[in-house]
Design a protein around this ligand. Sequence first.
Ligand code: SAH
Length: 405
Amino acid sequence: MTSPTRTPDTTPADRDARPQVRPAAEGWEQQRTAEGRPLLQFASPRVKQPPQHLADLTLAERQAKLKELGHPAFRAKQLSTHYFQHWTTDPERMSDLPKAGREELVEAMFPPLLTEVRRLRTDDGNTIKFLWRLFDGALVESVLMRYPGRITLCVSSQAGCGMNCPFCATGQAGLTRNMSTAEIVDQVVAANRVIAAGDLGVTEHPDERVTNIVFMGMGEPLANYKRVMAAVHRFVDASPEGLGMSARNITVSTVGLVPAIRKLAEEDLPVTFALSLHAPDDELRDELIPVNNRWKVDEAIDAAYDYFRKTGRRVSIEYALIKDMNDHAWRAALLAKKLNQRGRGWVHVNPIPLNPTPGSIWTSSEPEVQDEFVETLRAAGIPTTLRDTRGKEIDGACGQLAAAE
Ligand code: SAH
């Protein structure tokens, strides 16, 4: 796809006085397929998924399953209320169910999915990172953060990640498998339990729970499209079918799987959309984001713009600032130009100082360089917020989730 307004990506060498660091020049070697293309892993449909759980199903499907198990359909609502309103799967607390057969029913509808392996706290207890073991031994993490007036959970959608981005700890470990819908949902319910127990910093009011969900934990959510979308439905479905959250408080972040972004725009679910761009030029992005070899910068930005046009939701561009690699002022100017070419008021940019990852040779940009990057975008009329990332001390910040014991 070429358009007459397309910006040339070639840049004069003297454009910026600072050096140009590139992943390959720093000793990072992109893994490649036998045909020489950058390796991207997608989960095999043959990999075993966990047992079916109530949260995998819509209310109608729950009713059907209960009937199949020989129970009245109205039990579906009762069980859903226990899980989605009281965060409980404990038969002892389900006194509205007949005692006979209660344990078996609970066992059938709520097979345990997440086993807590470890919990790390920082920010005076306002940030907690959880390490979970799944039924097959796979490990995933989620990060819970209290902010004034809102509580955000960063959830994982895959065990590992197949997108192979060199600066991200998750990407370096490869993909194990897709998470099931209920495994994704159960991270939120588990977090709500922790909040209800008063274990996240200082409680602001008694009915607190997770208000915002970001798919920025482990995995590429759009590579696990069906299960992630079903999880989003559980988040927004009215109680007790789901959690009754607002779609705008749910952020789906992607490395740029363009066909899936277009599909997402067609869903009747106005979630907040974030594109992890990290470079406005294909020359660098081809190395930094292997998926760029399939869908280029302009295609990804076009898809993000069309998401805005379809949904009316302003989209976010994520941009990890890596010292001397992608943080040059000319790149901020090129990014602004590409965004402004599509229109005004449809996007904001979130630069994030790179978080350190084990064995990584790259560091975050100098503060003055970060400021210059932000100012260049703002001067071009692009709303820009430098993101404060939480949880660095516990390896719980963006790109640091590696889920090791
Ligand atoms: N796969 C999805 C979501 C997971 S990552 C995606 O790529 O968007 C969430 C965000 O953290 C992404 O924008 C990702 O690029 C960013 N990120 C990854 N590694 C990082 C690091 N070391 N420092 C800062 N941000 C990082």
